[in-house]
Design a protein around this ligand. Structure first.
Ligand code: ZN
Length: 532
């Protein structure tokens, strides 16, 4: 790290998504995904990217081989491992040899700072544990590495035996660790405790760069990270979108804007911060997670306004209901369209989607409002279906582009025996550019099969649709009191790595409802790619 970046207000962001985050339930990266992720974080201005357990996990080792071939502009890749084994010299410990084999300039090791752990988990003496920390840091330093020491269970260890916890930190510092990171490993600490103990360590080791690593078991990982910075920590270890074991790690996507926009610290700078939402979304894509609409700052609902009076106030002055400007974190203001909303909501929503209705006469505006209301009465809901709303506007304004014409489809669902899987097959006939295409597709369910058949029919004409991923599919039965005539609403969420959009379909038949939503999704994508 360049010396000039060490100004008093600089806070280093240390990402551990690939290691601590990947331990979370359902989180997994492909090998190529890891490299793409690391390059994105580098471009975004993250200071350290922890690549994984270099010494013990072959898959993590592959990442270090892959990333070495890439040119990074800013970030330091760190290899993660632990202090030497209880019974081995550092130089003979295969885990440390693996750490060196990652060939990174920076390594991060974790060690015990809680007596109880040294005794009961490592089954060694408190004294030997301190020696293990010192030996390991010393060995890595002598091997030309820069060392970050993660003091595991620091806060619990300090509460149990303050003197011992500080000795553990001291052992790493004496051997030349570049920074020491205080870990709230089980996520049980409260913000005021983290503040007080971080302050204590800062005072005990003046000049030492101190980091913070917290978990979200108490729902406070972001708060404790910020308190640590306020107390003097200058490195925050966190995970994109708060993935991680149990309740997850500190979500640096939330930590970062608080530091930059509200506390006067500098991390990536304001310009890069405008990519924050994209970083969050792409990471969800790479790990096949559903984006959380309510995630602070970057969630799709983070700047959504529904009630008429709110919308009106936001229109007059956004600060009336928004804590930061959505653009500062790369998000957008959303106006939710619902039957409660008046004309101003619909106009604002249209503007947000890039459809300017301000020049329309009263008659045309009323036509749009009436059509929205009519459809909402039938069961449509546009609150999370921006894509369908935009297509609806275009239809009412007679500006709708038909990219293809459906001539018909057929869906078969078959089960050939009690223990056989259910097979779905769809055939579809569409007319594109004067040609009729007839294709068949198979899928895990009827909608999946229909989607496969439609793509097969269209890809030759519109290769753009190849990268649409259906990320969510929600079905709701409306008015269950009239079960026989109940209407089904299907909401589909789609993404193409750059953006996400929702579409909706309503029918008494679930396949028909899904088809409408599917059709809107494809038309929306084609319109955005080809007509804007
Ligand atoms: Zn952790």
């Amino acid at each position: 790290m360049n010396k000039s970046t060490h100004t008093p207000d600089k806070v280093f962001i240390y990402d551990t998504t690939l290691r601590d985050g990947a331990q979370g339930e359902g989180i997994s990266f492909s090998d190529a995904g890891k490299v793409r992720f690391a390059k994105m974080l580098d471009e975004f201005g993250v200071d350290y990217i922890e690549g994984g357990f270099a010494g013990s996990n072959p898959r993590d080792r592959r990442f270090f081989d892959d990333i070495r071939k890439e040119r990074l502009s800013h970030a330091r890749i760190t290899a993660f491992g632990s202090t030497r084994r209880v019974d081995l010299d550092a130089k003979d410990d295969p885990q440390l040899a693996g750490l060196l084999a990652a060939e990174t300039e920076w390594v991060t090791i974790y060690g015990k700072s809680w007596q109880l752990h040294a005794r009961d988990v490592l089954r060694t003496t408190a004294e030997n544990n301190l020696q293990m920390i010192a030996d390991t840091v010393g060995f890595l330093k002598a091997s030309g590495r820069r060392v970050i020491f993660d003091a595991e269970h620091f806060f619990d260890g300090y509460k149990d035996d303050p003197d011992y916890a500080l000795k553990a930190v001291g052992a790493a510092v004496r051997e030349g660790a570049a920074s020491v990171v205080l870990c709230d490993t089980n996520g049980g600490c409260l913000p005021h405790e983290v503040y007080a103990l971080t302050r204590t360590v800062c005072e005990a080791f003046p000049g030492l760069e101190i980091g913070i690593h917290t978990h979200n078991d108490s729902g406070l990982a972001v708060a404790t990270s910020l308190e640590a910075v306020r107390a003097g920590a200058r490195q925050v270890q966190g995970v994109v979108n708060g993935y991680g074991e149990r309740a997850g790690n500190a979500n640096w996507i939330t930590v970062l804007p608080a530091l930059e926009l509200k506390m006067g610290f500098r991390c990536t700078g304001a310009e890069k911060l405008r990519k924050l939402s994209e970083v969050s979304l792409v990471t969800d894509d790479l790990t096949n997670q559903r984006a959380d609409p309510r995630q602070p700052y970057v969630g799709r609902a983070a700047f959504s306004h529904k009630a008429g009076a709110h919308v009106n106030a936001v229109q007059k002055n956004p600060r009336s209901f928004e804590h930061v400007e959505p653009e500062q974190v790369g998000n957008q203001r959303h106006v939710l369209v619902s039957e409660l909303s008046g004309a101003s909501n619909v106009l604002l929503k249209a503007a947000e989607l890039g459809v300017d209705l301000s020049s329309l006469d009263k008659e045309a505006t009323r036509a749009i409002l009436e059509e929205v209301k009519r459809r909402e009465n039938c069961g449509y809901s546009y609150e999370s279906a921006d894509g369908s709303f935009k297509i609806l506007l275009q239809k009412v304004l007679k500006k709708h582009t038909r990219f293809f014409e459906l001539e018909g489809f057929r869906v078969i669902v078959e089960k050939r025996g009690r223990d056989e899987p259910c097979i779905s097959e769809a055939t579809i006939k569409v007319k594109v550019a004067g040609e009729t295409e007839l294709t068949a597709g198979e899928g895990r369910g009827p909608v999946d099969a229909l989607n496969a058949a439609l793509r097969q029919a269209l890809t030759r004409f519109y290769p753009e649709i190849d990268n649409i991923a259906l990320t969510d599919f929600r079905v709701r039965i409306l008015d269950p009191r009239e079960a026989t005539r109940a209407v089904t609403r299907v909401l589909i969420e789609s993404g193409d790595g750059k953006r996400q959009w929702g579409t909706v379909g309503v029918s008494e038949n679930i396949i028909e409802a899904a088809w409408q939503a599917l059709l809107d999704s494809v038309e929306y994508k084609l319109y955005e790619d080809l007509c804007r």
